[in-house]
Design a protein around this ligand. Structure first.
Ligand code: IDP
Ligand code: MG
Length: 219
């Protein structure tokens, strides 16, 4: 029974639009405020479509707060060089998250700078860009599943390994804040930006892991 209701939900999710749906949310907002209502939806749609001002966001990072939510995770050059890629991937797989995309990338300066642009004013920014563009590749990953952004951050652990829980990835494998082996999106907005920066939509796969009805069902 739970499997059926889960599959019904995933069916709905599979039809979601991948390009940022903020535009459609905005058009719903316009409808709510009577701005171009008829033009935006048409009379029939207006009569049948409920308007949710706080509707969850849907972007290339899936739908926030649902099992279609996606996070961008990157194993940094030190993680690759230390040959712990498999161990890190296993943690996400074992937790139940779905691997949507994976590739090695040797990032350009431009890509690394853009990825960390919010930190451009910080004193460690030039060193951070050097580290990410050292010539050793990174492994770029997209994971999908319920609360994967928040859970991914918990699994990765605090930025400074001194504060990372010992069971977290950084708490297990890292000791230096400047070589903390892994990145994970810190919000739905970041995931949207980062997935779009590192991948194009054709690289993101759409399938259902066989165990998902068990992993994500509830009572
Ligand atoms: P996060 O990776 O946990 O999201 P951010 O504050 O976004 O942490 O910083 C991005 C990355 O910049 C960190 O993962 C780390 O590699 C590097 N970094 C952050 N703070 C420092 C620092 O104080 N010294 C050196 N590198 C740092
Ligand atoms: Mg960050």
């Amino acid at each position: 029974m739970f499997a059926r209701s889960f599959i019904r939900q995933t069916g709905r999710q599979a039809t979601r639009a991948f390009s940022t749906a903020r535009a459609s949310n905005n058009s719903l907002r316009n409808v709510a405020f009577g701005v171009g209502a008829a033009a935006a939806l048409g009379a029939t749609a207006l009569a049948t479509k409920p308007v949710h001002l706080d509707a969850p966001q849907s972007t290339i990072a899936g739908t926030e707060g649902t099992f279609s939510e996606r996070s961008f995770v990157m194993i940094k050059p030190d993680g690759v060089s230390r040959q712990i890629v498999g161990k890190i991937i296993s943690r996400f797989e074992e937790r139940g998250y779905k691997l949507v995309a994976v590739k090695t990338v040797t990032p350009s300066k431009e890509l690394a700078k853009e990825h960390y642009i919010d930190l451009a004013a910080r004193p460690f920014y030039p060193g951070l860009v050097e580290y990410i563009t050292s010539g050793t590749p990174v492994v770029a990953l997209v994971w999908e599943g319920k609360d994967v952004i928040r859970q991914g951050r918990r699994m990765v652990g605090a930025t400074n390994p001194l504060q990372s829980d010992p069971g977290s990835i950084r708490g297990t494998y890292a000791v230096s804040v400047g070589r903390n082996i892994i990145h994970a999106s810190d919000s739905f907005e970041s995931a949207t930006k980062e997935i779009g920066l590192w991948f194009n939509e054709k690289e993101l796969s759409n399938y259902q892991p066989i165990a998902w009805p068990w992993i994500f069902s509830d009572n």
